[in-house]
Write a protein that binds this ligand. Structure first.
Ligand code: ZN
Length: 272
């Protein structure tokens, strides 16, 4: 059964605030609202207020509401203006997570079905699903995390997807779609260089820079998501410095865009 989405889309006048950029989504990000409001109220509040914070869908125990078109970006993952979460992912908020209970459970159940439907519509597998925490470290979806159920939720989405006849990891028939970003992290080892790297004139170039770029990309801090090979070009230029800066910002380091021992250690710890 197809889940019908009730739309209450933000006015175009508010696009500059809420969803300024066109988007070709590559991921779906799951959130908990940390609130006790219904999906209708979450969406009407979001599209009506003057904060830039935005998300595409809210799901409660009864329905799915949409506030931002899926072909525009929303500000929901806190990974910066050019963050992959903010710029390439569809945000799904699960309602009633503050108090939990039966209403939350039902909302989560509907959200699982709805996310599976979004995946099916796009021909995507479960590897496209992220939690907010993956993008910037925020403890969200808080209830799913505190109950230690993230893997369980993902498995439930995958089971729903399978029931819908969607793509599963066991039956990869579509070879044109590149979906290796998450698994490459586990398979590749990174020979991260020692020393300090920053933007210089002429710009530093080499395999050591490439290692830094690859490590950043594995953690979704692509030097340049829109560019060929995600901007991995072995050159320590402004875009790589910006990726380092975003990484530092999200990991409690001094965000100066300069790669040094502390950034190296943090990258290594996260790539283990
Ligand atoms: Zn969130």
């Amino acid at each position: 059964m197809t889940i019908t989405v009730k739309k209450n889309l933000v006015s175009e006048a508010k696009y500059p605030l809420k969803c300024p950029n066109p988007m070709t989504a590559e991921y779906i990000t799951i959130h908990n609202t940390a609130n006790d409001a219904s999906a209708a109220n979450e969406i009407s509040y979001m599209i009506g207020n003057t904060s830039s914070t935005s998300f595409h869908f809210a799901v409660d125990d009864k329905e799915v509401r949409q506030g931002i078109p899926t072909n525009r970006n929303a500000w929901h993952t806190g990974d910066g203006k050019n963050g992959t979460g903010n710029r390439k992912s569809i945000g799904v908020e699960i309602c009633y997570s503050k108090s939990g209970g039966a209403k939350y459970k039902a909302a989560e159940k509907l959200a699982i079905k709805f996310v599976a439907q979004l995946l099916k519509e796009r021909g995507w597998g479960i590897d496209r699903v992220r939690k907010h925490q993956d993008w910037n470290g925020k403890y969200c979806p808080h209830r799913i995390l505190s109950e230690g159920r993230w893997n369980e939720v993902k498995a439930a989405i995958e089971a729903e997807l399978k029931a819908l006849g969607g793509k599963t990891s066991q039956s990869k028939t579509n070879t044109t779609k590149k979906t290796t970003t998450s698994s490459s992290k586990k398979k590749t080892s990174y020979a991260l260089p020692s020393g300090t790297f920053k933007v210089t004139n002429p710009m530093r170039k080499g395999d050591d820079v490439r290692q830094i770029q690859k490590a950043l990309a594995a953690l979704y801090f692509y030097p340049d998501k829109g560019a060929k090979n995600n901007g991995i070009d072995s050159v320590y230029g402004p875009k790589t410095a910006n990726a380092v800066k975003r990484f530092q910002m999200m990991n409690g380091l001094c965000a100066d865009g300069i790669y040094g021992p502390k950034t190296k250690a943090k990258l290594e710890a996260l790539l283990k």
